[in-house]
Write a protein that binds this ligand. Sequence first.
Ligand SMILES: [Zn+2]
Length: 643
Amino acid sequence: MKKILLFIGLLIISSFLANAQKHAIKGSINTKLPSSKPSGEIIKRCGTTEHQQWMIQQNPELKEKIKLEEKKIREYIASHQQEIENSKAVYKIPCVVHIVKNGNSEDISDARVIEQINQTNLDWAGANGRSMGAFSSTLRANTQISLCLASVAPNGSATTGITRTSTTVSSFSDDDKVKHTNQGGCDAWDATRYFNIWVCDLPGLCGYAQLPQSGIDNTYGVVINYGFFGLTGATAPYNKGGTLSHEGGHCFGLEHIWGDDGGGCSGNDQCGDTPNQDDATYGNHLPYNANTNPGGNFNGAGQNSTTLTDACSTSSPGIMYMNFMDYCDDSEMANMTPNQKTRMQAFISQYLMSVVNAGATVCSGTTETQACDTLHYPLTGTATIYGSDNGGYVSGNNGYLDKAKAEYFATYSPYTKINSVILWFGVATHTGNTTNITVNVWKNDGTGGAPGTVIGTTTVPLATIVTNVDAGEATLATFSTPVNITGPFYIGVTLPTVSGDTIALVTNTDGDSNPATGWEKTSGNTWQAYSAASPAGWESNISNAIFPIVCTTTTGIEENYLEDILIYPNPANDVLNIDMANSSNSNVKINVYNSIGKLIKSIDGKNMSQIIKIDLASFNSGIYFVSIQTLEVTITKKISIIK
Ligand SMILES: [Zn+2]
């Protein structure tokens, strides 16, 4: 009896499969003309250009100085371009955030400050995962520049890197009063050791910066309107940290991407890989949504693939409106280019090495730095959502009761771990607020290289996915512990089983990925590629819009260099030896700092190939930091001197 029932059961399933051959049906796409630029700029995005004019009015000699400094930096970049581009230098900039407040709303929390610093670091690392439209992902640079909140104050005491000053001044403007205690603001910390960030009420203005060409002095740094600093509680549409990421770019020498030429095509930003652009771009180009984004564009599947052109860049990929040095809404700011990275690194190496070097002692923790990339991003080909002939979606819940959808990643070098994953859903519905969607990472140790062992897992509330789909945004899922990767892997989602709960990922179009990298787990618990043959498969060469953010720690680079450069003895007494004999770096700068980061000794060495001896006669007992700066990297080693 049991056998027969089982047989009947199999027969039913077999006939179901035979009759129900999987077919993909391309989703219909509605169209709506792109919206024009917002009619009115509510708030001024950046006051840096005007602030520089103001500074020149105060000090007319500055005009010539800026010109001269710009000439010097261009010559430096021209003669060092390749070296900087190949450089492994990772610049960690110690910073202090001065909150100048006149009321509780301006007194933003430590958590919000940390959130902002983390976001800017993500932005500058090229790891925020936002779309670059039609531009190649090779134009998304990891600037290898990051900020860290100082843990040691100028007087040597411990600090959060955040100061709070109550003021009777009701609001500030771009006249630098906020940078002076005697004018109701807060004095800078030594600008040769800290990067100063002031946060205050700045009506009508997001923020402004002082350019490095103007001088690294007690007004150097950025001023940001508190409403647009941080994410949680910040004011849309500048509530994703873009203002600091933009203004900080100015502080490290970047110009506006359109070249500040008043709407013409003659100006440029000194970066050859940013397209010529006539003027600033405002607003956002995300999908239209009657409720959440009435000013957005509608391009079907829900991503800002809109290409914008202007009089200076008339054809695709158009202008790079998603660049941090344009004026779009924070939600669109996606990238700095490799040339922008070069310019930033050149300015840091020429103006700010004392700040970088101070970071070794005034920033807490190790000098560990991360390099990250977003795999398979952006989606190759044309984004779409395929429906299933049996109801539902190819890449989501469907009438075949598929159980999971995943993306295969064959290569990931040189990265070693998955920190998080961007999942771009095109469809999401829910019946309640309780469903969580499981996101897994699998090794490829299943049958025939299919997903096997689960090596990482996290969950995202379905309600979050629904909100993101409505807003035309992708969903970020973060692993509480980064997932180590040692071979090809899959990342995907388990489909919800509660009636009324539905998700479907965006995919590219059949043929865009050959072979298919999209996979699925069928109702029979079998894994197969989307390209699997009919009747069980879709016979489609497509990828799911799943983009893992993979990272590596690069402390290894510094350790390798340390193997070449020997510092001994440690502890030292009368002489410290720095042995460069095995190093390929003969041009070095050696700085010795005391435990609170004060520079004690500096040696500028050319063609050093032997042992450098530092006489310690004038040193007191204590902890010191020896910083060795080569063209490629700065390494710092802690030593003890015992008398
Ligand atoms: Zn600006």
